[in-house]
Structures are given as C-alpha cells and as structure tokens.
Design a protein. Structure first.
Length: 609
C-alpha cells in the first residue's frame, strides 16, 4: 500500500535507479502512475545498451493493433528508435553474397498508413534513428520522411536507404532552404550489406551534411568496393572539417593507400580532420600509420584491426613510434603482425600514460613476456580500466597484487595466454580488485591444491576469493568453461579408489612428490600447455569446486558484455555517439548489461500494458 501512495517525485527517483528490464516490467504492473513512469524509461530506448532497445517491428505491430491509444502514448516516450526485426533473415536473392534483411509480414511500418501513425506518434522528439537492415517490401514513400526528422542527430541505416534519402521530398525541400547543409545531423552510420550499392549516392548525401561522426561497415563477402570508390569516399570525408570520429570497417584492399593519396594538392597543405578524437580502421599500412602524428593533439581512441603484413617489422616499428607520439590517447586497440621485442610495448605505454585501455594482440607469439617488462608496463599506466594482452606470461602473486595496487580502477583484465600462480595465503593478504568485472586468463594454478579436500575448506577459499574479486560473475579460466569428456570423468564422485589412483599415476610430474620429498607443484612453474590439460590434477578439481561454490557461469557472455559496454560508453564520453557494429543487432546479448539470457529474452518484448 505504501508503494501505491508514493509521491511522483519519489517514484521517478526509484525508476531511474532500476537498471534491469525485468525489474522495470514489474514496476509497470504496479498501477497507472508506476506504469507511465516505467514505460517512459522502457520505450525511450538506448544507443549503446541493447537491453533497452525499442521493440522489434513485430512487437510494434502487436502494440498498435491491441490499442491505438497505448501505442501513441508509448511511442511518444521514444527518443532512440530502432526499427529492426528480432531475428534478421538471410536474403537468398543476394547470392553469392551473404546479406541479412527483415522479412516481417506484419510490421507496424510495413504499410504507409501504419507508418503515418508511427511518425505522428513520435513527432519531433527523436534524437536517434537506427535501421540496420533492409526492411523488405516496405512502403517507404511515407516513412522516408522519418529518416530526416529535424531533431535527429544520429542516423544509422542500411546502405540501400541512401538512395531513399535523396529521393525524399523533405530532402529536396530542406536542401533548398538550408543553404546545402543538414545542420541537425551530426552522426551517420552506414551498414553496407549489399555489394550492388553505389557509393556515389552516399557521397552525395555526405556532402550535404556537417558531420562530426562517420562510420561505415562493409560486410559483403565479395570485395566490390573498388579503389576508386574508396578514393571517392575519402575525398568526400576529407571535406568534413569537423569530423571527430572516423570508423571504416571495410575490406582491406579498399584501404591499401594513404589518407593523403585522396586529397588535392591544396588539401594536403592543411591538417585534415583537426578535431579527430576517435579513429577505427579495419586495415592500416605504412602510409596510413604515418598520418597518426597529425592527429596527436586531439586523438583519444585508436583502433587498428589489422596491419599490412608485407613488411611486418617496418610496419610494426612505424605503428609503435607514431602511436607513442599521441600522448592524449585514452584507449588503444591494435593487432600487431609481429613484435621485435617486448620493450616496444613499454615504449608505447610510457608515451601514452593517460591510457584507460591498453589492448595489444600479437599475431605471432614466440617468446614469453618477462615479469619485469609486464610490471614496468603496469607502472606506466596508473589510469588503466582495461588491460588486454595475449602474451604468453607466467604471473606470480606479487605481479598480480601490484596490478591491483597501481591500477585500482581496473574493470577488464583479458590475458588468455597467462597462467596465474596463487595460494590461499596470497588471497588472504591481497588488496581487492574492487572494480574488476571481467577476468580472463588461461588458468589459475593454486599451490598446495592437494590439501583442499573438505567442502568447508573450499567454502573458506571462496569467501577469500569474493573479498578479492567482489564483482566477478563468470569462470575466469578459458580451459574450465567447456570441458572435454576426460575432464568430466576426472570429476566423477563415484569413481573407484583404483580409478583415482590411476588418474594420479598418469600425472605424476604435476601432482606427486618426488623421491627427494620436495613437491613439484610448489617448486616448479608448469608450462601453459601442461596447465591447460591438467584435468586429472588436484588443481583442476579445486578450481571446479571453487567455481561451483561461487556460482560462476560457464561461458564468456559476461566478459563479452562488460567489454562491449565499456567500449561504447567510452566512445559516448569521448565524442557523444558510439561505434556499433551490425553484430549488435544480430546478437544483442553481447551488447547488453543484462545479467543472463532470460533477462535478454524479456528485454526484447517490452510490455503492452
């Protein structure tokens, strides 16, 4: 009864602090007051959290048919509208390319009369509009005006809609009245799902905008974006002087030249994109890397998915040298074809001491990372929130503890080729990782694991673990997530004593004491390969009991969610709009803060009450 009589202000404060869709659904059902306030949060949508995406097209249709009044009211709450099928379908007509599209038969925007209601309901309230897939059979004569709503700052569309934009009466009218510019549109994302799309239409539209954000994703299986088309696109983007974010996720061959190659002689004399803060490229060669120092004053986020491997050493040297000059960087994500020595990473870390994310992936890993270099990298980056490194590394308790002390804001630690060596005593004395939500290592080798036999001892270890890692929710060891049959058999509680003895005898080097009386588990650091296959060891059995006592999930969804949400949140903080790949709309669980898959299912079906 007390909840029903709370003042509106108190109800609003409660709703604003509800962060999960299932909880909001419960709030909707309390009474009419709670319904309106909770529905406002549910339907306003979100640019980067798929948990709060607006309903899919089929749900919109159901809501419209059930109650025109409720449809109008709830759609008036929308600020970030996503028009997308719940499950996009492969368009067989696009063969041999693999193209996703929407084929809903009864969508609320399939026919113009429904589209008119949607436009009128939303009115002039939209801040962003996203249509990541082509909606087949759509009547776009009316809905095309929605693409150019005067309040929309962020527009993300399938590449086919570029032609729809140019044919819109609103486009022609506003073009004549606005001196050639659409001043409201600041961010544009184009998902090129069809190889037959013409780049000229996109360039024509870009020239009418004053963009701060541009993202293009080219997912065609055939490389149809010719070098000339890429040159035309970059020439067009070169005229966008206020660009803050540039993300080109396109085939490698399309970027096999330098940024300055596409500029006129006059443009080469000026600093192209002087406001650039975020740069993401699917491919970078020596010429592209040489342009990085031009952006060093403003550049904060740098993502390079691949480097040219024709001359690996020179490209790697140029990349590290030029990245190190960008001292205002907050995040680095780079894949290096080869590394001459580990000190190069240290040079990059010391040059970019403001980094909140340090993500370096090596295509070739021959030598193990030394403890001294790792600790030097950590000391150079005290602001770290995300550390991702696939170096082969044996991390002892001292290095692990130093990481917690120097980087107290660490949220993500992803080192899948690292073996961590700990003991129960280490956990007791550790400074907690208070913010750590995602931990991924190859394995954790507990010392003296053969002494942990009783459940009460495992429970005590779990209590110490929770104190050190209070926010972890998933198994941190890659090898413990998907177990082969041999691993399951080693955990069989009903196996005979002879079987247990046999299992131990097959792993003498790892689990038994030598004739001298010394314990190899305590004195020798096992190789990563050995630890990965330690399914018959006491270490493995202890870990599995510990994960069970902690209630950890046996998949990487939690880590994927944390990493994706951290990345998009940083982009919003830096520029104002996130770089969202098309996979986010195919697999929304990976781009959601929801805690489990059941919540994700509920999130896709917003209430109609």
């Amino acid at each position: 009864m007390a909840m029903r009589t709370l003042p509106l202000e108190i109800v609003g404060m409660i709703i604003e602090n509800v962060d999960m869709v299932p909880d909001l659904l419960n709030c909707v059902c309390v009474n009419s007051t709670w319904n309106v306030i909770a529905s406002r949060k549910l339907y306003r949508g979100c640019q980067n959290d798929m948990q709060f995406r607006t309903p899919d097209i089929e749900v919109l249709m159901c809501l419209y048919v059930a109650s025109r009044e409720r449809f109008t009211r709830n759609m008036n709450f929308v600020r970030h509208l996503l028009l997308s099928p719940e499950a996009p379908t492969i368009d067989v007509a696009a063969f041999p390319s693999i193209r996703l599209a929407g084929f809903e038969k009864d969508g609320s925007v399939r026919y113009s009369k429904f589209a008119e209601h949607l436009i009128k309901s939303v009115g002039g309230r939209l801040e962003s509009l996203t249509i990541p897939f082509d909606l087949m059979g759509q009547a776009w004569s009316t809905i095309s005006d929605l693409l150019l709503s005067p309040t929309i700052e962020f527009l993300a569309i399938d590449g086919r809609y570029c032609e729809t934009l140019l044919a819109s009466p609103v486009y022609i009218q506003r073009l004549n009245l606005s001196a050639g510019k659409f001043s409201n549109l600041k961010a544009l994302t184009v998902y090129r799902s069809d190889c037959r799309q013409k780049i000229e239409k996109l360039c024509q539209f870009i020239d009418t905008c004053d963009l701060q954000f541009f993202q293009m994703e080219h997912k065609c299986t055939e490389d149809c974006l010719t070098e000339q088309a890429s040159l035309d696109l970059l020439q067009c983007l070169g005229r966008q002087n206020n660009l803050k974010t540039l993300a080109l996720i396109i085939p490698e061959k399309a970027l096999a030249f330098g940024l300055t190659d596409c500029l006129s002689s006059a443009d080469k004399q000026r600093n192209i994109w002087p406001e650039l803060r975020s740069l993401e490229l699917s491919f970078a060669n020596r010429y592209l890397l040489e342009q990085l120092p031009n952006f060093k004053e403003k550049l904060q986020v740098l993502t390079l998915h691949a480097l040219d491997t024709e001359i690996p050493f020179s490209v790697g040297e140029v990349a590290i040298k030029n990245i190190s000059q960008c001292r205002n960087l907050r995040a680095i994500e780079i894949i290096l074809p080869e590394l001459i020595n580990w000190d190069a990473l240290l040079v990059m870390a010391r040059g970019c001491s403001l980094l909140r994310k340090f993500s370096v992936w090596l295509s070739v890993r021959e030598e193990s990372l030394s403890d001294s270099v790792f600790r030097a990298i950590v000391r150079a980056l005290p602001h770290l929130e995300a550390l991702e490194l696939n170096a082969v590394f044996q991390m002892d308790a001292t290095s692990f503890q130093e990481l917690a002390q120097i980087c107290p804001q660490l949220i993500i630690l992803d080192m899948p080729c690292t073996v961590v060596h700990l003991s129960a005593e280490d956990l007791t004395n550790f400074q907690p990782f208070q913010q750590l939500q995602s931990l991924t290592v190859q394995t954790i080798a507990f010392e003296n694991a053969h002494r942990f036999k009783e459940q009460c001892t495992v429970q005590s270890l779990a209590e110490e673990w929770r104190k050190v890692f209070p926010k972890l929710r998933a198994i941190p060891c890659l090898g413990d997530m998907h177990l082969p049959p041999i691993a399951k058999s080693s955990l069989d509680e009903d196996s005979s004593e002879e079987d247990q003895m046999s299992l131990c005898e097959t792993n003498l080097d790892d689990e038994t004491e030598e004739e001298t009386g010394s314990n190899t588990e305590e004195e020798l650091l096992p190789s990563p390969a050995l630890v990965t296959n330690d399914y018959k060891s006491d270490r493995f059995k202890l870990r599995m009991k510990l994960w069970k006592a902690l209630g950890y999930r046996e998949d990487q969804m939690v880590q994927v969610q944390v990493q994706a949400m951290w990345r998009t949140t940083l982009q919003i903080e830096t520029v104002g709009w996130p770089v969202i790949p098309s996979e986010a709309f195919v697999s929304p669980n990976s781009y959601s803060t929801s805690a489990n898959e059941a919540e994700d299912v509920e999130a896709s079906c917003l209430p109609s009450v």
